[in-house]
Design a protein around this ligand. Structure first.
Ligand SMILES: [Zn+2]
Length: 454
């Protein structure tokens, strides 16, 4: 009976699409379609100013440049960037809390911090202009994803010190959308409000979006029949298989948004409606792809570590920040008309890489194998243990059925798929439906039970 009630509404939604295709929309057409030569001229001008400000106001940058006998005036071309020293995450922790700020603390409008799993958190700061730039870039990113003024944006990113919640919030407001500042948790209530307020856009981590889909299904609410059309998902690596799963279960287009608080927060790069790479906003950031071992740039199109230099940040200018994210970059023209480079979807972070008996494995590779396999739900955890001198990987999967007699067959099948597709031998344990913990924000994909190095 449920489907009989819902069907006409779903049909109406599909019909509306067909009748009124939304026209392509730019939040800042001039900046987004700027010819690449002009973009590079703007980058150089901004780079010079940003390096000068960092040199004059941040002891760490000044000392590192002096050690390499570099002065700000030595930066005469974009290629000269390569002479500058790198910055890494531990630099922020070592200068906790405000030691890397280029502006006096009392002139800052806001602070954010990431919860450090080990030791001190990393603290980032923003001037009023920085907050305006961030809102503009997030609004630009949302428009690029297909969000429009007047849309209801349901924001399930966590609010607070984490940059996701407020980043999406002010971007959506800047674009002229109606924001529902939901934050994470209370998932049953989220489902009802998404439906009742007519949200067209859902902002969340991909793992939490999947949790929302599952709760909706359990509560008998068909969100595919709701007004949802766009998901803006980020803050954790996710696979293409996960994207298709979320799209099918929520009835929306899942768009990948990238950012990191050390650089700004969400809105550094985003997919356009072509879903073929993320446009990195080059008028505000300089992107490099380097070989993580040698530190040298890789050839265009090759995989390497993403390094970002901020061009307009006032409070916390970053020079050659090593993100530890592995990706590729392309400057070929995009069908959407934007001229900013595209980064391949980031599915692995250097820090997330597991080495199992000499084989490098990213959790997202395991995820890509698991999602869509019959008999298991798209929820999993990887457990790492040490036996003797070897690291052992156990993949905990969740069966869709309570028939435990079928579990040995599921375990053997999943084990075989992981071995043949990822090339690693893992133990597989099938759990009962609902037994694998659900994401309330950032998913816990790995439980590392190995003894901590002293
Ligand atoms: Zn595009």
């Amino acid at each position: 009976m449920m489907t009989a009630v819902l069907q006409p509404r779903y049909a109406a939604k599909v019909h509306e699409h067909a009748r009124a295709p939304r026209r392509r929309h730019f939040f800042d057409r001039e900046a987004e379609t700027m010819p690449r030569e002009e973009l590079r001229r703007l980058q150089l001008k901004r780079l010079k100013a940003s390096v000068k400000a960092a040199y004059e106001n941040v002891a760490l940058h000044r000392e590192r440049m002096r050690a390499k006998r570099l002065r700000p005036q030595d930066i005469r071309s974009l290629e000269d960037l390569r002479q500058l020293p790198f910055t890494v995450k531990s630099d922020l922790r070592d200068h906790y809390p405000f030691g890397m700020f280029a502006r006096p603390r009392e002139t800052l409008a806001r602070l954010h911090a990431s919860s450090g799993t080990t030791g001190k958190p990393t603290v980032v700061g923003y001037t009023r202009d920085d907050l305006r730039t961030w809102a503009d870039l997030m609004a630009r990113s949302m428009a690029c994803a297909g969000v429009r003024a007047g849309d209801v944006v349901h924001n399930a990113y966590g609010y607070g010190l984490f940059t996701g919640g407020l980043g999406a919030h002010y971007g959506a407001e800047r674009l002229g959308a109606t924001v529902v500042p939901m934050s994470g948790g209370a998932t049953e209530r989220q489902v009802l409000l998404i439906r009742d307020f007519g949200a067209r856009v859902l902002c969340a981590t991909p793992s939490y979006a999947l949790n929302i889909a599952e709760v909706a299904e359990r509560e008998g609410v068909d969100l595919r029949a709701s007004r949802l059309e766009i998901g803006l998902f980020g803050a954790e690596p996710w696979s293409e298989a996960m994207r298709r799963e979320i799209e099918a279960r929520l009835g929306l287009k899942a768009i990948d948004v990238y950012g990191l608080s050390e650089i700004m927060g969400p809105g550094v790069a985003v997919e356009c409606e072509a879903q073929d790479g993320l446009h990195g906003w080059e008028d505000h950031f300089l992107f490099e792809i380097i070989d993580p071992e040698s530190g040298q740039p890789v050839a265009e199109g090759d995989a390497g570590e993403l390094v970002i230099t901020t061009l307009t940040k006032q409070a916390l200018p970053m020079i050659r920040y090593r993100t530890r994210d592995i990706t590729r970059a392309s400057t070929t023209r995009c069908a959407c008309g934007r001229n900013h480079l595209r980064l391949q979807r980031i599915t692995g972070r250097n820090d997330d890489m597991l080495i199992i008996r000499g084989v490098n494995v990213y959790p997202s590779q395991i995820e890509a194998v698991l999602i869509g396999l019959p008999g298991i739900a798209p929820h999993y955890q990887l457990v790492l243990e040490r036996r003797g001198s070897l690291d052992e990987l156990t993949v905990e999967v969740e069966a869709t059925d309570e028939d435990v007699l079928a579990y040995p067959e599921i375990e053997a099948r999943v084990k075989h798929h992981i071995k043949s597709l990822v090339g690693v031998s893992a133990a597989v344990v099938a759990k009962m439906p609902g037994e694998v913990p659900r994401s309330q924000g950032k998913a816990v994909r790995v439980r590392d039970l190995r003894p901590k190095a002293r």
